[in-house]
Write a protein that binds this ligand. Structure first.
Ligand code: MTE
Length: 315
């Protein structure tokens, strides 16, 4: 029986000594009798995790947990990178339900235990932000395809639309005079992208439940796309026939395409996408530049999804 238990330590209080989480360590801790004995703050047990050794591991150094949980984009809590960690303390992600509807045979609502029961795995993915920085993060989640299978998409469904919660009382970025975006934050994928085995809904990172600033309790991760596709705190998933709206594309269509595939040949109007700065390794912005790879290095897995498409026009 899967029981969602929020990690007791708020991410905003995680300090440097806890920051270097290593995949080896999680596997070793699992081998010696489970996380709860080895590290009381980990909310997922080894059996719940069923980490897949070697699967999707880019074998690159993990970003420090303290960086991944303190340098965030989550405009519902403010537009500054430090705002999500600093201003999400009032956000309460439990209880929670995700409604799945639209062009499906069996619309349903999933609570957190039902989502966990879809089978959590650890996936170490590179994440590349459109703002030219990148991280390597050990996510915990389940394939989105597992959820979609449950609701039985109809033959006419072509896209999947996602929606974030709207809670001005808990989300300071949704209050006040300056509203940077239209709420709810929305995103979309083509159905085949959504069903791709790399696409997960994440419920945790670094062996813990997702901190609020990273999109608690459940968010999208598509590692071959720019980070803005990774919509956080999802409350609704709708299968559609027409291409759904996406927040950044609606705001600035010339800067943010619907597809948002990482493509070093398509520059953002305000900066190059040819190189990226890997967060960590030196100062916070230590000189850690490296070339950006097509599809963020996941071309072998996903390039076939876009055969015949002009990826400069469909950016
Ligand atoms: N989801 C919501 N609801 N609101 C947001 O502002 N920002 C996006 C994405 N998901 C955002 C969101 C952007 S621009 C990025 S780069 C990633 O979240 C950042 O994810 P991270 O903070 O976990 O690294």
């Amino acid at each position: 029986m899967h029981r969602y238990r929020p990690t007791p330590i708020p991410g905003s209080e995680i300090t440097a000594e806890a920051s270097y989480y290593r995949r080896r360590d999680i596997l070793r801790m699992g081998a010696v009798g489970g996380f709860s004995l080895a590290a009381p703050s980990l909310a997922f047990s080894a059996t719940e995790l069923a980490a897949k050794p070697g699967g999707y591991d880019p074998k690159e150094e993990l970003t420090a947990e303290a960086d991944a949980t303190s340098y965030n984009n989550f405009y519902e809590f403010g537009t500054g990178k430090a705002d999500p960690a600093a201003k999400s303390g009032d956000f309460n992600p439990t209880p929670w339900t995700v409604k799945v509807d639209g062009m499906v045979g069996k619309p349903a609502e999933f609570d957190l235990d039902a989502l966990m029961a879809l089978g959590l795995e650890e996936r170490i993915y590179r994440m590349r932000c459109v703002e030219a920085w990148s991280m390597v993060i050990p996510w915990i989640g389940f394939p989105l395809a597992s959820l979609l299978d449950r609701v039985e998409p109809l033959g006419s469904a072509k896209y999947v639309a996602f929606e974030t919660v709207v809670r001005p009382e808990e989300m300071p970025g949704q209050r006040g005079i300056f509203q940077p975006l239209n709420w709810p934050y929305v995103e979309g994928l083509r159905l085949d992208e959504a069903r791709h085995p790399l696409t997960i809904l994440s419920m945790g990172l670094y062996g813990k439940t997702l901190p609020n600033q990273n999109g608690a309790p459940v968010r999208l991760v598509t590692p071959w796309k720019y980070g803005f596709k990774g919509i956080k705190s999802i409350v609704r998933i709708t299968l559609t026939e027409e291409q759904p709206a996406s927040t950044w594309n609606r705001l600035a269509p010339s800067e943010y395409g619907f597809y948002a595939n990482v493509n070093p040949e398509v520059d953002h109007p305000r900066w190059s996408q040819a190189v990226e700065n890997r967060i960590g390794g030196g100062g916070f912005f230590g000189s850690n530049e490296r070339p950006t790879l097509p599809f963020n290095g996941y071309g072998d897995e996903v390039a076939s999804l876009y055969e015949g498409m002009d990826l400069k026009a469909n950016f």
